[in-house]
Design a protein around this ligand. Structure first.
Ligand SMILES: Cc1cc2nc3c(=O)[nH]c(=O)nc-3n(C[C@H](O)[C@H](O)[C@H](O)COP(=O)(O)O)c2cc1C
Length: 179
């Protein structure tokens, strides 16, 4: 798919075709693309935990902060949990922060990886929604290893809705030119 089309036409989808499973080959191909996302000093701190079946539904049942996200997960064939290895991106080898932004860079990397994943999924015919509203115990429920931070949950599946693009701000609201 053409890059601009992929960026502009990807939508957050919250209803999926329950009859269509995602093969391991397909999700592997998406993650294989997402792993080419840039990262701080190529630290590649993002990890992907692929949840289906009982593991996914258990997470959905523990999502009470915003119950709608639990419903989205239950209706999706797959949820991918993105986590990051803590305190590598944005840090020196001795553990000191490389810049005053401290642990901000690791979330920056997590965001790039997340968008790369969503675009790669869209290119592969899948739809996604990033979910930032989940409960404090989500990492434990999923079993995210010690030393990693859960940064996002992504419901993945074949779309059963075609939402309109939410309105975007105008370029003039966003851009400042200086010369
Ligand atoms: C960091 C982040 C967290 C989000 N969390 C949620 C969420 O918890 N639940 C949800 O339904 N959508 C969530 N979204 C999706 C946004 O609502 C959506 O991206 C936005 O409305 C723009 O729509 P679009 O993705 O179709 O362009 C999140 C998006 C981002 C980037």
């Amino acid at each position: 798919m053409e890059t601009v089309k992929c960026i502009k036409e990807r939508r957050s989808v919250r209803k999926f075709d329950a009859s269509k499973e995602i093969s391991k080959e397909l999700i592997d191909s998406v993650i294989d693309t997402a792993r080419f996302a840039p990262s701080w000093k190529n630290t590649q701190v993002t990890r992907y935990t692929v949840l289906t079946g009982e593991a996914k539904d258990k997470l959905a049942d523990c999502t009470n902060l915003w119950a709608k996200n639990g419903d989205i997960m239950r209706g999706a064939p797959m949820v991918v949990a993105l986590s990051i290895v803590d305190k590598r991106s944005g840090y020196e080898r001795d553990g000191s922060p490389s810049t005053p932004l401290g642990d901000g860079w690791q979330m920056f990397d997590a965001g790039i990886a997340c968008q790369s994943f969503c675009l790669a999924a869209f290119d592969a015919g899948l739809s996604t929604v990033i979910m930032g509203l989940y409960d404090d115990n989500a990492a434990d429920v999923i079993g995210i290893p010690e030393g990693q931070i859960l940064t996002a949950l992504i419901a993945v599946g074949f779309a059963a809705e075609a939402p309109e693009a939410p309105k975007r701000k105008e370029l003039s609201d966003l851009v400042t030119y200086k010369s």
